[in-house]
Structures are given as structure tokens and as C-alpha cells.
Design a binder for this molecule. Sequence first.
Ligand code: IYR
Length: 225
Amino acid sequence: MEKKLIEGFEHIRYHRAQPSEEELIQNSRNFYQLMDQRRTVREFDTRPIPLEVMENIILTASTAPSGAHKQPWTFCLVSDPMIKKQIRAAAEEEEKISYSTRMPENWKADLKPLGTNWEKPFLEDAPYLIVVFKQSYGLSEGEKIQHYYVSESVGIACGFLIAAIHQAGLVAVTHTPSPMNFLSSILERPANEKPYLLVPVGYAKEETYVPAIERKKLEEIIKSF
Ligand code: IYR
């Protein structure tokens, strides 16, 4: 490996094949077409998933860039049916209050086409729940470690996570029960970690339907200068 000291810090030579223009077009088109098939799915088959698949998906998420490379994330991987049951009960308790009193009418109207409600059977049906925690600061031998751009870093990692789940052939729903501090106590997380996103993962249920919604056209999302 070619190495170089830059300002006293070891660097390694960056190697990556440089695709031709045709290859760039093909690669970008293929990945777009793959990702455009991703849908949020809320109905899961209970069929188990090999642990290695989940580990690879989480490793992929951990390749995300992060502020000062502090990697301010923890991925709790839950398959224990008793813990899933506890998480479902606590989430539904909050969601029941949210849907009945916390969420304004226009919010509920916006969700109507998606068919969501306070019931969350996917929290028990999905073989795995990935609960992503953001670390406001790090801890090493009792010392606090400064973290930077924590929400941005963990958000990017979650994007990678969702892409990896889809690429593997599985489905997920990005669930954000609110408030979700119950996840800290159920999963016994330390004070430097805050729940960020709850992602049930599994095979889609055999016959399931997703809302017939469309994505914004390129002209609506791009402004070229
Ligand atoms: N957290 C609630 C409500 C909800 C909110 C949004 I914004 C969504 O896109 C979907 C659901 C729930 O999970 O049902």
C-alpha cells in the first residue's frame, strides 16, 4: 500500500477505477432504477432473515461520512420477541395519544392516503427492528468526546441503511414514534445516546399493497445554475 505522511498523519493512496462516460451513464441509471423500486412497506412476513444480512446492512450504513469521522451512531438490532412486544406496546401507547389528540387535523389528512394509524403490528411481525441512536457525544474511558454534525451524520447513515436494505431485497418502514424516549429505557441506552429512527426490516408480506403515489419529476426538484 502506498503511504504518505501529510502534516504528520498517515495517508494512503486513493485508488478507484475511473469509468468511461458510457459506464458512468449506465452505472447511475442502473442505481437510480434500483432505488426507484424502493417503497416503504408496512406489512411484513415473519420469515426469519440470516443474521449476516443484517450485519452487512449495518456495516453498509456505517460507511456513511460523519463529522470529523466520529461515527456518532449505535444500531440496536432487535430480534427478541419479548423486546419487540415491549417496543410495540410502548409505541402504540404514544401513537394512540398522537393520533387522537396530538396531531392536528391537517397532518392526519396528509397521512390518510398512506393508510397509517396508531396500530403498529410491524413492530412484532418484522423479524428484525433496527433502532438507530445518535450519540450527542462519545465516551471513551469515562472521557467525553466531542461529536459534530450529529443529526446530519446519522441521517446520512440512515439513508445508506435504507438503500442497503432495499438492495438486499428486503423492505423497511422508517418509523418515528413520537416521543420515542421509551426506546432508551427498553434498550438500556446510556445518556449520550438519543433515539433517532426505528426501522423494522424483513420480507414484504406475500400479498401487500402500497399507496399509488408518485415521486416529484426532475424539473420540480432540480434548479440548474
Ligand atoms: N409517527 C406516526 C405518524 C406518521 C407521521 C408521518 I410525517 C408519516 O409520514 C407517517 C406516520 C406513525 O408512525 O404512524
